[in-house]
Design a protein around this ligand. Structure first.
Ligand code: SF4
Ligand code: SF4
Length: 108
């Protein structure tokens, strides 16, 4: 159930190419319980901007949580380097995705 709903939300978020080697927007991000379960590696040392940020970038890219996917795709979270998908989501679309995500993330 959770997998299906998460994947359906991820599918609504357009992808785009980042500036090569950039990890500037990586920081502490929330994970839902299901997203946490997908991560099979131990978080790194405390003190890093994100415990899954390695020397060469995200160590859990395929399993990164929704907030990492949403960044750069909505007007409220624009990439400072102007990287963006061909078609940005609208504020309303972003809010709807987040509302569904939060509702689901709160489930036990
Ligand atoms: S979205 Fe922008 S700031 Fe974030 S990693 Fe990609 S290029 Fe860097
Ligand atoms: S999970 Fe990965 S993409 Fe998301 S903030 Fe951490 S290092 Fe960056």
């Amino acid at each position: 159930m959770s997998a299906k709903v998460h994947k359906a939300l991820y599918a609504q978020i357009p992808s785009f190419k980042c500036k090569e080697g950039c990890t500037e927007c990586c920081g502490p991000v929330p994970f839902s319980a299901w997203e946490r379960d997908q991560v099979k590696i131990e978080p790194g040392k405390l003190g890093r901007r994100c415990p899954y940020l390695g020397e060469t970038g995200c160590l859990i890219y395929e399993n990164r949580p929704l907030m990492c996917r949403l960044y750069g795709t909505v007007p409220e979270m624009k990439c400072p380097h102007k990287c963006r998908p061909e078609k940005m989501l609208s504020s309303l679309e972003g809010r709807r995705i987040l509302a569904k995500y939060r509702k689901m993330a709160e489930r036990p």
